[in-house]
Design a protein around this ligand. Structure first.
Ligand code: GDP
Ligand code: MG
Length: 359
């Protein structure tokens, strides 16, 4: 209690304290606190309180946890080959002639390697990645940092590495453009070591795979390493609960209205589910996979585009399935109110707006 007073934490025994405060107290008590990196749920990570529903479901997770596909983000300096790499993986691993072909673009796609799935996020440049993290959404399990072998470590390379480190996400270096005459892999490895990314060849533990996104060289090795790193990470989720996920991208379509790409993180998202995304409540009225094929349900790590939200949500917002429509509406309203208050700090309320609110 003295410690709690010392840190000015006002909480009773059954209230949630955020990680930062809890770790201050733990340190004072002589413990060495650390944040579990594999906990997907921001609530469980202490970033926000668990809802009663979530707490109930979380208590049943234990026996239901299964290994899920890793979600991979590709980051790196401009022109180092991120788009080329994503395109090459998609082209080589997504069989042509499948329903919808490979033209569908929903900001994420899934490939299968040796019977195991990998989900690639196609949208997040650095900003989206940071925005999602700022909202407490841990979306990726593995970060591929693309470094062009002819250009070396550049400002955005360092930025990307910093982001991955901050998110405690393991890094795989894809040393791209090795087909170029002026490629200098050794120089890049040296530069990486200088910023603390020591690759296996140099005695460190970061995997570095030489590739040519243009010629399709090294892609299979890269995918194998992704699966290997994923296996070590032991990425799990509970498919047997109401789904939660994160909005990867969203837009207004002329004919179908608000369309949102959701990455399912926990549970299984189903047709007809009542959902809440930030201040918006809705229902899953149609669901499509990354090939544009209509599907009925989506397991963890599956990217899907959904119809059924009355408005376009923000990328990075959390999606939650609620037990019924009323709960979805209540949660949406509460969130709308919260956002309105946050957007207008009390000190900044002008007399005009105060009068307007009173009318
Ligand atoms: P991004 O900005 O990181 O998405 O980079 P892009 O994928 O758009 O690639 C930038 C340029 O580098 C394009 O002209 C690509 O064709 C080229 N490029 C990408 N990968 C390779 C490669 O492996 N070898 C060569 N020679 N060029 C590449
Ligand atoms: Mg690009």
């Amino acid at each position: 209690r003295d410690l709690i007073n010392k840190h000015a934490i006002f909480a009773s025994i059954n209230q949630v304290v955020d990680y930062e405060k809890a770790s201050l107290v733990a340190t004072d008590l002589g413990f060495e606190p650390s944040l579990s990196t594999m906990t997907e749920n921001p609530a469980v990570r202490g970033e926000r309180p668990l809802s009663a529903n979530e707490a109930m479901m979380a208590s049943r997770d234990g026996e239901n946890m299964v290994t899920i596909p890793p979600v991979v983000t590709i980051m790196g300096h401009v022109d180092h080959g991120k788009t080329s790499l994503l395109d090459t993986i998609r082209k080589t691993k997504v069989a042509a002639g499948e329903a919808g072909g490979i033209t569908q673009h929903i900001g994420a796609y899934q490939v299968e390697v040796n019977g195991k799935k990998i989900t690639f996020l196609d949208t997040p440049g650095h900003e989206a990645f940071t925005a999602m993290r700022a909202r407490g959404a841990q979306v990726t399990h593995i970060a591929i940092i693309v470094v062009a072998a002819d250009d070396g470590v550049m400002p955005q390379t360092r930025e990307a590495i910093d982001h991955a480190r901050a998110a405690k996400v393991p890094i795989i270096i894809a040393l791209n453009k090795i087909d170029k005459a002026n490629a200098n892999p050794d120089r890049v490895k040296q530069q990486l070591a200088e910023i603390g990314v020591v690759i296996e060849e140099y005695g460190g533990d970061t995997v570095c795979v030489p590739i040519s996104a243009r010629r399709g060289e090294g892609i299979d090795e890269l995918l194998d390493y992704i699966l290997l790193v994923a296996e070590v990470q032991d990425i799990k989720a509970n498919p047997n609960r109401l789904a939660t996920g994160v909005i990867i991208e969203a837009r207004l379509e002329k004919n179908s209205g608000a369309t949102a790409t959701v990455l399912v993180q926990q549970g299984t998202l189903k047709m007809g589910d009542n959902i809440v995304v930030g201040p918006i409540a809705g229902k899953v009225r149609a669901m499509f996979n990354d090939r544009g094929k209509r599907i009925q349900k989506a397991a963890p790590s599956t990217p899907v585009s959904i119809l059924g939200l009355p408005e376009v949500p923000n990328a990075g917002d959390r999606l939650e399935v609620t037990p019924d429509e009323r709960t979805a509406k209540q949660q949406a309203e509460a969130e709308a109110e919260k956002r309105a208050t946050e957007a207008m700090p009390l000190g900044q309320v002008s007399l005009d707006t105060l009068y307007m609110q009173m009318q």
